[in-house]
Design a protein around this ligand. Structure first.
Ligand SMILES: [Zn+2]
Length: 147
C-alpha cells in the first residue's frame, strides 16, 4: 500500500490556533474535532458537499501542496495538518465527480491531477477514515489581503 505524507487545511473557530490555549474547545470547531477524533467523513467538508469544491466526491481531501491547503485553513491565524495517508491504488478521474461516495472497485482513493477536474493543484480524496492519520498541526498567520 502506498503511504504518503500530505497536507490538509482546516479552519479553527476557537482560540486554540491564535492564542496560547492548551485545551480543545467544545464548539463545532473543525480543527479541534480533527485533533480530538482524527479525520471523519461525517464532518469534513460538511459545508461543501455536492458543490464544485468537492471535485472528487464526498471524501477527505489532502494535497502534497501546502499552498493548496492554505485556501481551506481559515483566515488570520490558520491551521494546517500534516497527515499520514494510505492511498492504496488511486483512481484518476478525468472529470469532476461530485456525487462519488467511494472509489470504483479495485481502487482505494481518488487522485485529482492538476489541470483536470477543474483543479489547479494535485489533490487526493480518501473515503475511508482509517486511511488517514493526523501527525502534526501547523499554526501560522497570514495577513495578506491578496491571498
Ligand atoms: Zn476549537
Amino acid at each position: 500500500m502506498q503511504r504518503v505524507r500530505l497536507f490538509h487545511g482546516t479552519a479553527f473557530t476557537c482560540q486554540l490556533a491564535s492564542k496560547a490555549v492548551t485545551h480543545l474547545c467544545t464548539r463545532k470547531c473543525e480543527g479541534c474535532n480533527i485533533v480530538r477524533m482524527s479525520f471523519r467523513l461525517a464532518y469534513i467538508g460538511k459545508n461543501r458537499r455536492r458543490t464544485k469544491w468537492q471535485r472528487l466526491g464526498n471524501g477527505i481531501y489532502f494535497s502534497p501542496h501546502a499552498s493548496k491547503c492554505h485556501f481551506y485553513s481559515g483566515t488570520g491565524v490558520r491551521g494546517m495538518f500534516l497527515a499520514d495517508v494510505v492511498l492504496g491504488r488511486s483512481y484518476k478521474p478525468s472529470t469532476m465527480e461530485l456525487e462519488r461516495l467511494c472509489p470504483p472497485p479495485g481502487y482505494h482513493s481518488s487522485y485529482g491531477e492538476a489541470g483536470k477536474c477543474g483543479l489547479n493543484y494535485d489533490e487526493y480524496a480518501v473515503f475511508d477514515e482509517v486511511a488517514c492519520l493526523p501527525l502534526l498541526l501547523y499554526v501560522y498567520s497570514y495577513t495578506s489581503t491578496t491571498e
